[in-house]
Design a protein around this ligand. Sequence first.
Ligand SMILES: Cc1cc2nc3c(=O)[nH]c(=O)nc-3n(C[C@H](O)[C@H](O)[C@H](O)COP(=O)(O)OP(=O)(O)OC[C@H]3O[C@@H](n4cnc5c(N)ncnc54)[C@H](O)[C@@H]3O)c2cc1C
Length: 395
Amino acid sequence: MTDPAQGTPAPSHGPIVIVGGGFAGLYTALALAEQRQPPPVLLIEPHDRFLFLPLLYELLSGELRRWEIAPRYDALLAGKGIAWLRDRVTHIDATAQTVSTEGGRRLGFRQLVLGTGGTTSSFGIAGVREHALGFRTLADVERLQQLIAELRSQQLPLQRLAIVGAGPSGVELACKLADLLEGAALIELIEQGGEALPQCRAFNREQALRALQSRDVRLRTGTRVQAVGASQLDLHGPAGSESLPVRAVVWTAGLAFQPPTITPAAVGEGRGRLCCEPSLRLRGFQHLFAAGDIAALDGEEGPLPATAQVAFQQASCLAANLLRAGAGEPLEPFRYRDLGEMVSLGVGEASLVGSGLTLAGAAAYQLRRLAYLTRLPGRTHQLRVAAGWLADWQP
Ligand SMILES: Cc1cc2nc3c(=O)[nH]c(=O)nc-3n(C[C@H](O)[C@H](O)[C@H](O)COP(=O)(O)OP(=O)(O)OC[C@H]3O[C@@H](n4cnc5c(N)ncnc54)[C@H](O)[C@@H]3O)c2cc1C
């Protein structure tokens, strides 16, 4: 394929452009590359590494290595016939079938896939952007590792670390941090709703509450964050308002969506996700498709959740539909199969429900690792990681 920066191919002959190399985008590209006659594919993604977010906790704790959960795109795509442009898409012109990028390029496409995912939402609360740490990127992990080292070395009395949001990310992070801090700081988990993990399976919720309790994580439900300061958190809870002194705040609550602008405008639902037809075609567009967190789509039991499991399953359906659309054939609807739920609960522990299994503790931790091994991108990377684990294995 020619350098995508060199010109604007004619729309009908251009590549399938995939915007975003996360679970939806990368796995769609890989599924297209496996076809007998693969179409030309251009992946546009600004980062140099794919990030397997469900295993970010294990990277934080050092249970997994960076190259295992964050392989480089150039290694993943080598020999696959997929071109990768390290850039960010700023605008999509659906009529001219072109994308514009931050780097000043304008590229044509025959079909386009939006897989730009989401970012953490601050809900407009004062001080979140300035003072809170996130937990979504490799840089976030490095900052947290530094904080853990500081808290452990200083061992000051009453050091407090607050995590905002008791969804899966907040709960899993709280357990891992508690194990890593070994009592060097008190962990407060703040949740504005009435309970932790409201969407999770009852068994996993029960195990998670037990794991939080056994690690002395203080869970405050019904508590709303009003402002985040450099060293305090302003809260309003059942007992009224209070200002909590903190060494740091980690923000895991909420998702926001900022896809590139599209002309003509796409139909978005309330939070900014883009409305899709069951085939994953963007509603109202012929050549635009979406998958993963950015795609708003109903399943049998209501709106599909923003999870890697959904994005992963959508990728193969979308790849097939892109080919069908290219051939002028009718598209198939995406059907989500809920394969279960796994939560990481501290170093060497997890809880899972699925495939007829309900399991917690060290065995669940090993099963979760194995299940994710089979979900890592590309057979070559899976084999490299498996070989690494075998080499580390001590009977
Ligand atoms: C800490 C954490 C733990 C999680 N654990 C689980 C779990 O255990 N199980 C589960 O099912 N889900 C989990 N999730 C959710 C899951 O990771 C997401 O649902 C999944 O990553 C969505 O995939 P995606 O491809 O839509 O978006 P992402 O994986 O977020 O990828 C989006 C990609 O698009 C790129 N991008 C964004 N904008 C542009 C642009 N304008 N141009 C080009 N590229 C762009 C980004 O750089 C990124 O690489 C977790 C999420 C987090 C943060």
